[in-house]
Design a protein around this ligand. Structure first.
Ligand SMILES: *Cc1c(COP(=O)(O)O)cnc(C)c1O
Length: 387
């Protein structure tokens, strides 16, 4: 593949073998647990599925790396496996982790349940307030964990500031880029060390598998892959095949999702029965300027509060006919959910309130349906919910 290509070309062609095995256009699944060792193979180089070294796994890694304009990548069994394995590779007992407030619920739950047991200390800082970070840093701070775009208020982290802060203190930056997708934002190009994904979401895009990915330079990814070899959270070859297939349409899907989200956000913004809309593509979003600077699209995620409270919000979710009522995100079908009863149900209500996740908040993951149909669906849901 030529060096300079756009996101659409990368999604289709990056990592492809030309020609593929036996002249195949589509890279096959190698359904073999183990391969005959090559002379001099170290343990981590043996071709064995758990070690993520089988040919179709290596092919997928090349594809994933190119998406984030990164030298190396490794696929994992889930987004959580990507995050926990990365943290295990980078942190030792006694180390301190700086983490963004409002992290994905699973990540937050992992830290709450396991950090202290592992001897890690954690401080949470506002990813949009660089002036508050230094006060939370300790001499043992090793990692700064952020999400480029947060759930469900779609806040955009100050990544360039995070990179310079971390570099000044020898801290490794780890950015969960799931919500933005590499079509809209590529943290590695801003100097971020490690990018992680729940590939379950936009990268695969079809709501039919669970997978994760880690992207970074060769040295760090090798360390993370070796940690993955020990913990065993490898991605299965069949899921990897489906993921590589999904990735090929990533850019065209995400651009349609960006357009749908922007149109829905504008529609909701002007709707008399909507009190508040959160979407970084709207000029009144607190991160509109930052998003415009860092991102090439504002993403497919938005949230809003209808007037009339939680009961009306519940009715809106129930009355959409096109949008499925479900958590998760990033698939071709539009999903609608109330974070208070799904993604943030287990969060302490006081913490939820502090983050601005109110009981009447509705989150939408835009799919690739026709914009007018999605607008009409929400219009009828809002009209009947308030009746
Ligand atoms: C879904 C999600 C995860 C976890 O991914 P799984 O594939 O479900 O393990 C992590 N981070 C973010 C931002 C997510 O949306």
């Amino acid at each position: 593949m030529p060096e300079t290509t756009g996101a659409s070309t990368r999604a289709v062609h990056a990592g492809e073998r030309r020609p593929g095995p036996e002249g195949s256009l589509v890279y096959p699944i190698y359904q073999s647990t183990v391969f005959t060792p090559r002379p001099g193979d170290a343990y981590d180089d043996l071709r064995y599925l758990r070690l993520s070294t089988a040919p179709s796994q290596v092919y997928l890694h090349d594809k994933l790396a190119a998406l984030e304009e990164s030298p190396a990548a490794v696929a994992t069994a889930s987004g959580m496996a990507a995050i926990t394995t990365t943290l295990h590779a980078l942190l030792s007992t006694g180390d301190h982790l700086l983490a963004a407030t409002g992290l994905y619920g699973g990540t937050h739950a992992f830290l709450t349940a396991h950090a202290a047991r592992l001897g890690w200390t954690v401080s949470f800082v506002d990813p949009t307030r660089p002036d508050t970070w230094e006060a939370a840093r300790t001499p043992r701070t090793r990692v700064f964990l952020l999400e480029s775009v947060s759930n469900p208020l779609v806040r955009v982290a100050r990544l360039p500031e995070a990179v310079s802060f971390a570099r000044a203190h020898g801290i490794t930056t780890v950015v969960d880029n799931t919500f933005a997708s590499p079509v809209n934002l590529r943290p590695r190009t801003l100097g971020v060390d490690v990018v992680v994904h729940s590939a379950t979401k936009y990268l695969n895009g079809h709501s039919d598998l669970v997978a994760g990915a880690v992207m970074g330079d060769e040295e760090l990814v090798t360390r993370i892959r070796q940690t993955l070899n020990h913990y065993g959270g490898t991605l299965d070859a069949h899921a990897g095949f489906l993921l590589a297939r999904g990735v090929k349409t990533l850019a065209v899907r995400v651009r349609a999702q960006n357009a749908n989200a922007l149109a829905l956000a504008r529609f909701l913004h002007d709707h008399p029965r909507v009190a508040e809309v959160h979407y970084p593509g709207l000029p009144d979003h607190p991160d509109h300027e930052v998003a415009s600077r860092l991102m090439s699209g504002y993403g497919g995620m938005l949230s809003f509060r209808p007037t009339g409270g939680a009961a009306v919000a519940a009715a809106v979710v129930e009355r959409t006919r096109l949008a499925y009522s479900a958590p998760s995100l990033g698939g071709v079908e539009t999903l609608i959910t109330r974070p208070v009863v799904t993604s943030h149900a287990s969060m302490d209500p006081a913490e939820r309130a502090r983050l601005g996740i109110t009981d009447d908040l509705i989150r939408v993951s835009c799919g690739i349906e026709d914009t007018e149909d999605l607008v009409a669906d929400l219009e009828q849901a809002l009209a009947s919910a308030d009746a």
